[in-house]
Design a protein around this ligand. Structure first.
Ligand code: HEC
Length: 308
């Protein structure tokens, strides 16, 4: 009776029961979770979901949230659509649930949940984020054509002023400030290679060719903000890298820290992206969610310029 596990069946179950507690039933039925796992893992997944839902139900979450409809707070579906289920997002949302707060979804305030353990908050968040698996399809990592180092270094004069200046520095020319810190580029250092890059979206080993040894990549230029509001800035990076926007650290060099949200007003701001790349470098992608949008996308060429 495979039909019972089809997603339209789940949708009907979800929409017939409009009240959130009952709607939850729809998600507890086998096959109705947001993400379909391997057969072998299904039992395990279901246990985790039941645990997350029990936590949600035993707390006051449903006083202010529904699965699919907006209430005092955003629907969990919208939350899932907005964020990717990566480490820093799960962490940030878990902290937000515990500490409470507002400012991101239009006015309301979430109360604090000091008695909720962090690990349980993380379980809840992972479940919420699993509600939308269409995110995977919109993932800019797979849908946006990448750029290549070789391309940047070969490019002659840029056609316009769009893009960023890209420089590569040899390790021996850098100042190493600590074992774990990103090296600094001294003012007198001369790059071993330079060029213009359209935007920052390197995916896969080939994107970093012809890099033979470790090098520091630095992209500098300006970013133009047209709309005032909250911007989620993210640097998808395999390794150490940072983003400095208008003099402030937007993403820091810790391996695990990838994103930050910033309040920006219209204007043109200096931006610097630095990344420690080696022959094994696999990914570096500068993305954002501008106000009123829901998904991360690669920060496009149109808003990046080599001069203000
Ligand atoms: C008093 C009402 C209220 C309660 C109770 C409540 N929330 Fe919220 N929640 C909100 C509001 C309002 C927002 C939007 C906050 C904002 O705009 O940043 C929100 C936002 C969220 C977000 C998204 C946060 C972000 O930064 O995008 C998550 C996830 C969430 N709530 C989960 C929960 C969970 C889980 C519980 C129960 C443990 C819970 N909420 C209880 C009102 C509430």
């Amino acid at each position: 009776m495979i039909i019972f596990y089809s997603s339209s069946y789940c949708k009907i179950i979800r929409s017939v029961f409009l009240f959130s507690t009952v709607t939850l039933l729809g998600y507890l039925l086998p096959g109705c979770s947001g993400k379909s796992g391997d057969d072998g893992q299904e039992e395990e997944t279901r246990k985790k979901e039941t645990k997350a839902l029990t936590l949600i139900r035993n707390d006051d979450c449903l006083n202010c949230h529904n699965i699919e409809d907006k209430s005092v707070g955003p629907s969990y579906m919208r939350v899932a659509q907005r964020y990717e289920a990566d480490f820093s997002t799960v962490n940030r949302l878990a902290d937000k649930i515990i500490e409470g707060g507002g400012g991101l979804w239009g006015g309301g305030q979430m109360t604090e949940h000091r008695f909720l353990k962090k690990e349980n908050a993380r379980k809840i968040v992972r479940w919420i984020l699993s509600l939308d698996d269409s995110v995977a399809n919109k993932n800019p990592m797979t849908t946006t054509p990448g750029v290549r180092l070789a391309e940047a270094f070969q490019a002659g004069q840029p056609a316009g002023k769009n893009g960023l200046i890209l420089k590569a520095y040899a390790m021996e020319d850098l100042e190493v400030s600590g074992a774990d810190a990103l090296p600094e580029i001294p003012a007198h250092a001369i790059p071993v290679d330079s060029g213009i890059i359209k935007f920052i979206h390197f995916t896969g080993l080939e994107a970093f060719e012809p890099l033979q040894e470790n090098a520091m990549l630095q992209a500098t230029g300006f970013i133009t903000i047209q709309k005032k509001g909250k911007y989620f800035v993210k640097l998808v990076k395999g390794g150490k890298g940072r983003v400095i926007l208008n003099g402030a650290i937007a993403v820091n060099e810790n391996d695990w820290d990838q994103e930050n949200d910033m309040d920006l007003s219209p204007g043109t701001y200096p931006i610097t992206i630095e990344f420690l790349a080696g022959p094994g470098a696999k990914v570096l992608s500068l993305q954002w969610i501008p106000p009123d949008e829901e998904y991360f996308r690669v920060i496009p060429q149109e808003v990046l310029t080599i001069s203000p």
